[in-house]
Design a protein. Structure first.
Length: 324
């Protein structure tokens, strides 16, 4: 266990309005997608926005790097929450969430922190070895019961439609990008620990909580919802922009690149199609070196061509998802 700063109290910016920044800091280590957490794995790092910061992103980078010594690469804003019940009495609180990509390394500071697999928080999202058994055995039966308990036929129909879309039922494919929608559906059905706390930002109300065991590690406030937002954003982003290379070492094999993409997507990709697309888009170039650490014949090492960003307006991996 390592240390990092605890979530700071929201900073009073002006007229009783408080603003704080919440970070989803993601890394991929040994084929496992990881997120930096604090407070015994129950919170995301957060810090105040200070007036002297020239921008929100500058403020985020300043306190993340000061508190954890983690250099941030790619950073983008996720969502802004501005709900009256986020602050104290008479105080309006604004929380601005960001997604940051980095490499896992020890962090330092004043509060316990650790890197954790994001599938520890969303165990139903990892389909790399097939759909998790909990979906058919636990989640869907309880969601069907929740739909049947609707107050009228139209509400029941709406619930069943959402279940079908989010969990890939009735001939629909599993959409790995619907991380937030699945989490909110489970919340509304009262099946996760956070459901006992009331409503999510935005006025989403839960049913009478009937929390299931093994529903992933809960988090404080709405931090698990923010994490779901970050995962969904990254899963969508890797399909049209080469941000995955922010998570890779300077040199890598094509198999390592494929495993990184699969870890993020929670699904397998078709090996030959994946390599063909990478080659066609000229995203990487050979280094002229090989690595023996493959268990077989030495594998070629590659590096990301940084100039592809200036050469193309939009590039990406396009995830050729395996249907096998």
């Amino acid at each position: 266990m390592v240390k990092a700063s605890a979530p700071a109290a929201p900073n009073l910016v002006q007229g009783g309005i408080a603003a704080d920044l919440i970070a989803v800091l993601a890394a991929v280590t040994s084929g496992d997608p990881r997120v930096l957490t604090i407070q015994d794995q129950c919170a995301l790092p957060s810090g105040p926005f200070e007036l002297e910061h020239r921008s929100l992103q500058a403020g985020l980078r300043a306190w993340v790097e000061a508190q954890t010594r983690l250099p941030l690469g790619y950073v983008e804003q996720l969502y802004t929450f501005a709900d009256r019940d986020r602050g104290g009495p008479g105080q309006h609180s604004i929380s601005i969430s960001y997604l940051g990509l980095t490499h896992e390394q020890p962090v330092s500071g004043a509060h316990y922190a650790s890197w954790r697999s994001w599938y520890m928080y969303f165990p139903w999202e990892d389909h790399r070895v097939g759909p998790p058994a909990m979906i058919e055995e636990t989640l869907l039966p309880r969601l069907e019961a929740w739909a049947s308990a609707a107050r009228d036929a139209s509400v029941e129909q709406d619930r069943r439609h959402r279940i079908s879309i989010t969990f890939g039922r009735d001939g629909r494919p599993w959409n790995e990008e619907l991380v937030l929608q699945r989490y909110e559906l489970l919340y509304e059905a009262g099946l996760i620990p956070e459901a006992a706390r009331g409503s999510l930002p935005g006025g989403i109300r839960n049913s009478t909580p009937s929390v299931l065991p093994d529903m992933g590690q809960p988090m404080i406030l709405d931090h698990r919802r923010i994490l779901a937002t970050g995962i969904a954003r990254l899963r969508a982003k890797i399909k049209y922009h080469p941000v995955v290379f922010e998570l890779m070492p300077a040199t890598f094999t094509l198999l390592q690149l494929q495993r990184c993409v699969e870890a993020l997507a929670g699904r397998l990709v078709h090996k030959q199609n994946f390599r063909r697309l990478i080659a066609q888009q000229e995203l990487v170039e050979e280094t002229g070196e090989t690595t023996p650490d493959t268990g077989g014949r030495p594998a070629k090492l590659f590096r990301f061509r940084r100039d592809v960003i200036s050469e193309r307006a939009v590039v990406g991996t396009k995830l050729p998802i395996s249907r096998a």
